[in-house]
Write a protein of this length. Structure first.
Length: 207
């Protein structure tokens, strides 16, 4: 069975969506670790409430480099025999130390239709504000594999929402979040079922 780690820095609503999907049997995998760089995060509380092993290593004030931090996280994941890492609101840009050993075994969810509105600085409300400012007619969410380019990895799944004339950052965020909560569990289901193949840097979904 695929053993999954979920990384989150905030309240963990996508984390909860993945836990709920596991509990309903949507995917043939087990969430064996919740990791956070913020010990007091809501994600940690959710994990503890669900009796899932939850580990935090505070990034604020960490004495070493970003690479040293990621090496410690990598050792944790390897010791726990993690097969798939899901970034669910994990607010750190990863280094190759962690990315390379989990290439095409680490997913992220982004609140826009990549490749639009991605890259450094494009997270949370900044994304939705940029979408509205650009007068886009649609937005959505993207699940992609993590590579060394920020938000540049192969796209696994996308889901769309309409951007209406009266939408604000808050209303658009709410619509996109509903898509995220459906999309991420489905991507994990496909991974656990062995239906995701990567060739020439592109994802192919097997029937």
């Amino acid at each position: 069975m695929i053993k999954i780690a979920i990384f989150a820095s905030g309240e963990g609503s996508n984390l909860q969506a993945l836990i709920d999907a596991q509990d309903t049997g949507l995917f043939k995998g087990k969430i064996g670790l919740i990791f956070s760089n913020v010990p007091e995060s809501g994600a940690m509380k959710r994990g503890e409430n669900q009796r899932i092993e939850s580990v935090a290593i505070a990034s604020k004030g960490y004495p070493g480099s970003r690479e040293e931090y990621d090496r410690e996280v990598l050792e944790l994941c390897q010791n726990k025999k993690i097969d798939l890492i899901c970034l669910a609101g994990y607010m750190r840009i990863l280094t190759p130390v962690l990315i390379r050993p989990y290439l095409y075994k680490m997913m992220n969810i982004h609140p826009a239709l990549l490749p639009k509105f991605g890259g450094e600085g494009m997270y949370g409300h900044h994304v939705h504000e940029a979408v509205i400012k650009a007068k886009e007619k649609e937005s959505g969410a993207t699940v992609h594999f993590v590579t060394e380019g920020v938000d540049a990895g192969p796209i696994i799944l996308q889901g769309n929402v309409k951007v209406l004339p009266g939408d604000t950052q808050a209303t658009l965020a709410e619509k996109v979040l509903r898509v995220e909560h459906h999309l991420y569990p489905e991507a994990v289901r496909l991974f656990c079922a062995g239906k995701i193949k990567v060739g020439d840097g592109r994802v192919k979904i097997q029937p």
